[in-house]
Design a protein. Structure first.
Length: 143
Protein backbone atom coordinates (compact mmCIF):
# COMPACT_ATOMS: atom_id res chain seq x y z
CA UNK A 1 0.00 0.00 0.00
CA UNK A 2 1.48 3.36 -1.08
CA UNK A 3 2.04 6.17 1.36
CA UNK A 4 -0.32 9.10 0.95
CA UNK A 5 2.46 11.63 1.54
CA UNK A 6 5.30 10.42 -0.69
CA UNK A 7 3.75 7.70 -2.89
CA UNK A 8 6.78 5.39 -3.02
CA UNK A 9 7.20 4.27 0.58
CA UNK A 10 5.24 1.29 1.90
CA UNK A 11 4.64 0.47 5.56
CA UNK A 12 5.83 -3.05 6.40
CA UNK A 13 5.07 -4.95 9.58
CA UNK A 14 8.27 -6.36 11.11
CA UNK A 15 8.26 -9.73 12.95
CA UNK A 16 8.15 -7.94 16.29
CA UNK A 17 4.92 -6.14 15.29
CA UNK A 18 6.46 -2.70 14.69
CA UNK A 19 5.66 -0.89 11.44
CA UNK A 20 8.67 0.31 9.48
CA UNK A 21 8.88 2.18 6.21
CA UNK A 22 10.31 0.40 3.17
CA UNK A 23 11.50 2.50 0.29
CA UNK A 24 10.21 1.26 -3.08
CA UNK A 25 13.77 1.57 -4.46
CA UNK A 26 15.24 -0.71 -1.77
CA UNK A 27 16.28 -4.27 -2.56
CA UNK A 28 13.60 -6.92 -2.21
CA UNK A 29 16.05 -9.63 -1.12
CA UNK A 30 17.77 -7.89 1.79
CA UNK A 31 15.07 -5.30 2.51
CA UNK A 32 17.49 -2.41 1.96
CA UNK A 33 19.97 -3.65 4.58
CA UNK A 34 22.59 -4.76 2.05
CA UNK A 35 23.32 -7.92 4.03
CA UNK A 36 21.78 -11.38 4.13
CA UNK A 37 22.36 -14.21 6.57
CA UNK A 38 22.41 -17.90 5.81
CA UNK A 39 21.28 -20.90 7.85
CA UNK A 40 24.68 -21.13 9.54
CA UNK A 41 24.35 -17.62 10.95
CA UNK A 42 26.94 -16.05 8.68
CA UNK A 43 26.19 -12.63 7.24
CA UNK A 44 27.38 -11.65 3.76
CA UNK A 45 26.58 -8.91 1.29
CA UNK A 46 23.36 -9.27 -0.64
CA UNK A 47 23.87 -10.88 -4.06
CA UNK A 48 20.88 -9.07 -5.56
CA UNK A 49 21.95 -5.49 -4.81
CA UNK A 50 25.65 -6.02 -4.23
CA UNK A 51 25.44 -4.65 -0.70
CA UNK A 52 24.04 -1.24 -1.65
CA UNK A 53 20.53 -1.94 -0.38
CA UNK A 54 18.93 -0.50 -3.52
CA UNK A 55 17.37 -2.25 -6.47
CA UNK A 56 19.61 -2.81 -9.46
CA UNK A 57 19.21 -0.57 -12.49
CA UNK A 58 18.38 -3.56 -14.66
CA UNK A 59 15.22 -5.30 -13.59
CA UNK A 60 15.70 -8.15 -16.06
CA UNK A 61 18.33 -9.81 -13.88
CA UNK A 62 20.94 -9.71 -16.66
CA UNK A 63 24.13 -7.88 -15.92
CA UNK A 64 27.03 -7.03 -18.16
CA UNK A 65 30.12 -9.05 -17.31
CA UNK A 66 32.25 -7.88 -20.24
CA UNK A 67 35.81 -7.36 -19.10
CA UNK A 68 36.88 -4.03 -20.52
CA UNK A 69 39.55 -2.94 -18.03
CA UNK A 70 43.17 -3.46 -18.99
CA UNK A 71 43.78 -5.18 -15.64
CA UNK A 72 41.41 -7.96 -16.73
CA UNK A 73 43.59 -8.91 -19.68
CA UNK A 74 46.33 -11.19 -18.43
CA UNK A 75 49.51 -11.83 -20.39
CA UNK A 76 49.71 -15.10 -22.26
CA UNK A 77 51.41 -18.14 -20.79
CA UNK A 78 53.38 -18.77 -23.95
CA UNK A 79 57.13 -18.49 -23.75
CA UNK A 80 58.63 -15.86 -26.02
CA UNK A 81 59.97 -17.16 -29.30
CA UNK A 82 63.70 -17.72 -29.04
CA UNK A 83 65.63 -17.07 -32.23
CA UNK A 84 67.87 -20.03 -32.91
CA UNK A 85 71.44 -19.42 -33.98
CA UNK A 86 72.09 -19.95 -37.67
CA UNK A 87 75.85 -20.22 -37.35
CA UNK A 88 78.24 -20.94 -34.44
CA UNK A 89 79.18 -17.98 -32.27
CA UNK A 90 82.50 -18.96 -30.66
CA UNK A 91 85.85 -18.65 -32.42
CA UNK A 92 86.44 -22.41 -32.37
CA UNK A 93 82.92 -23.11 -33.59
CA UNK A 94 83.19 -20.67 -36.50
CA UNK A 95 86.56 -22.12 -37.50
CA UNK A 96 85.17 -25.66 -37.36
CA UNK A 97 82.01 -24.73 -39.31
CA UNK A 98 84.14 -23.09 -42.03
CA UNK A 99 86.19 -26.31 -42.29
CA UNK A 100 82.92 -28.26 -42.69
CA UNK A 101 81.67 -25.87 -45.39
CA UNK A 102 84.98 -26.12 -47.27
CA UNK A 103 84.91 -29.93 -47.24
CA UNK A 104 83.60 -31.99 -50.14
CA UNK A 105 80.62 -33.38 -48.20
CA UNK A 106 77.04 -33.38 -49.43
CA UNK A 107 75.06 -30.24 -48.45
CA UNK A 108 72.61 -32.00 -46.10
CA UNK A 109 75.51 -33.67 -44.23
CA UNK A 110 77.26 -30.29 -43.95
CA UNK A 111 74.08 -28.75 -42.56
CA UNK A 112 73.70 -31.60 -40.01
CA UNK A 113 77.29 -31.22 -38.76
CA UNK A 114 76.98 -27.42 -38.50
CA UNK A 115 73.75 -27.93 -36.51
CA UNK A 116 75.66 -30.31 -34.19
CA UNK A 117 78.30 -27.60 -33.66
CA UNK A 118 75.62 -24.99 -32.87
CA UNK A 119 73.84 -27.32 -30.41
CA UNK A 120 77.13 -28.26 -28.74
CA UNK A 121 77.99 -24.57 -28.30
CA UNK A 122 74.55 -23.95 -26.84
CA UNK A 123 75.00 -26.71 -24.27
CA UNK A 124 78.70 -26.25 -23.43
CA UNK A 125 79.48 -22.62 -24.29
CA UNK A 126 82.29 -23.37 -26.75
CA UNK A 127 83.71 -26.29 -28.70
CA UNK A 128 86.16 -28.44 -26.74
CA UNK A 129 89.20 -30.02 -28.34
CA UNK A 130 87.60 -33.45 -28.06
CA UNK A 131 84.52 -32.25 -29.93
CA UNK A 132 86.69 -30.59 -32.58
CA UNK A 133 88.55 -33.87 -33.10
CA UNK A 134 85.25 -35.74 -33.43
CA UNK A 135 83.97 -33.31 -36.10
CA UNK A 136 87.25 -33.35 -38.02
CA UNK A 137 87.15 -37.14 -37.99
CA UNK A 138 83.65 -37.01 -39.51
CA UNK A 139 84.91 -34.64 -42.22
CA UNK A 140 87.94 -36.83 -43.08
CA UNK A 141 86.07 -40.14 -42.92
CA UNK A 142 83.32 -39.10 -45.35
CA UNK A 143 85.30 -37.14 -47.94
Amino acid sequence: MDCVLCGDVQPIRAPDGVFTLLNAESCGVCGGDGRVSNSFGLTTRCPACGGTGRKGEQSSGIRDVTKTKSSHHHPTNRAPVVVKAQFPSSFEGVKLANEVQASGLVDDVKARIVREIIEYEGAHGSCTKTFQQKVRKQIRGKS
